[in-house]
Design a binder for this molecule. Structure first.
Ligand SMILES: *[C@@H]1O[C@H](CO)[C@@H](O)[C@H](O)[C@H]1NC(C)=O
Ligand SMILES: *[C@@H]1O[C@H](CO)[C@@H](O)[C@H](O)[C@H]1NC(C)=O
Ligand SMILES: *[C@@H]1O[C@H](CO)[C@@H](O)[C@H](O)[C@H]1NC(C)=O
Ligand SMILES: *[C@@H]1O[C@H](CO)[C@@H](O)[C@H](O)[C@H]1NC(C)=O
Ligand SMILES: *[C@@H]1O[C@H](CO)[C@@H](O)[C@H](O)[C@H]1NC(C)=O
Ligand SMILES: *[C@@H]1O[C@H](CO)[C@@H](O)[C@H](O)[C@H]1NC(C)=O
Length: 263
């Protein structure tokens, strides 16, 4: 008994238990490092669209890569060089924190989660010389091993990240939301809400508010934009869909007799 227990204790640590994410993080376009799985995204696409396409693994709130330390940077370098080529450019999750403030200010850049929350890592970001510049998105390139800015409408490949810490059960709505995504329908699943833009459809307000029917079995509503994070989400899907003029959201006057614009 004691003897077999001793053998068990001896053998057990060598049988490394793989996490679900680790077990599925296989293939030439992806790497598991630290506690994240990094997956390259194709084809080349605008930054706005790229950030909605980190859906290789549902249930992990996938987002564009956060280069938060030297190991992530080294992983990005190795993976992008091996799978693509040395002077490829891949989009990262880096965006301005305040798009009205100076884009050339390094302190005005941070990494976004898909819920619109921004984080600024303590790690010194590997900016190229003379960057950040005056354009509003950032890519990483292995050839210079740096990040540099570019306008969001450039089509580049992208690098997604799936974190163990963000793991949640996959819901029916998340699956439906991901399944709805196509070349003409842009979606983002955040906090149990599926945001959808259907750019080919224009409607007056009253028609729009009863037309959120993209998902069968769900009574959709025009988007509620209550926080800066929700504004980031709404703007992300709008921009990805190429809706540049305006998109209706679920805000209306509560008292039609009032002239108070805040009502
Ligand atoms: C990973 O693969 C296992 C089977 O190998 C499966 O049960 C699990 O759901 C997968 N997880 C993800 C996140 O795809
Ligand atoms: C993670 O990446 C770093 C940098 O490339 C490397 O030193 C380390 O060995 C990697 N860890 C694993 C578990 O692959
Ligand atoms: C963003 O920057 C503009 C221009 O500097 C400034 O007026 C505004 O207050 C800033 N917004 C926030 C939320 O900090
Ligand atoms: C967004 O997600 C990040 C990562 O899970 C989390 O730290 C943050 O609190 C979330 N923000 C909101 C507003 O829920
Ligand atoms: C989403 O699509 C997959 C693959 O076609 C399918 O197996 C799954 O049932 C779909 N999920 C929902 C909720 O429609
Ligand atoms: C609606 O606004 C009108 C005009 O300001 C005001 O007289 C009325 O009391 C308001 N009604 C309610 C329910 O607040």
């Amino acid at each position: 008994m004691l003897f077999s227990l001793a053998i068990l204790l001896f053998i057990f640590p060598t049988v490394a238990a793989l996490t679900d994410l680790q077990a599925n993080c296989t293939g030439p376009d992806r790497r598991y490092n630290g506690t994240s799985c990094y997956v390259l995204g194709e084809p080349g696409i605008t930054h706005s669209a790229a950030k909605l396409l980190c859906n290789h693994y549902l249930g992990y709130s996938g987002h564009l890569v956060h280069i938060r330390n030297a190991a992530v940077q080294a992983t990005a370098r190795e993976l992008t060089t091996t799978y693509f080529f040395a002077n490829v450019r891949v989009y990262t999750g880096l965006e301005p924190i305040n798009s009205s403030a100076a884009l050339t200010d390094k302190n005005n850049w941070g990494y976004y989660y898909r819920n619109g929350t921004v984080v600024v890592p303590a790690y010194q970001q590997p900016w190229a010389a003379a960057h950040p510049s005056t354009t509003n998105r950032a890519y990483y390139t292995p050839s210079g091993d740096y990040i540099a800015t570019q306008a969001e409408n450039y089509a580049y490949y992208f690098l997604c990240e799936y974190e163990e810490a963000l793991k949640q059960p996959v819901t029916d709505l998340e699956e439906k939301c991901a399944n709805l995504t196509s070349a003409s329908v842009f979606t983002l699943f955040v906090n149990d809400v599926c945001y959808v833009v259907q750019p080919a459809v224009t409607k007056n307000y009253n028609d729009a508010k009863v037309a959120c029917n993209a998902l069968s079995g769900c009574n959709g509503q025009l988007a509620h934009v209550r926080t800066m994070s929700e504004l980031w989400i709404a703007d992300a899907v709008r921009s990805a869909a190429g809706v540049n003029l305006m998109a209706r959201i679920g805000i209306e006057q509560t008292n039609l007799s009032s002239t108070d614009p805040n009502n």
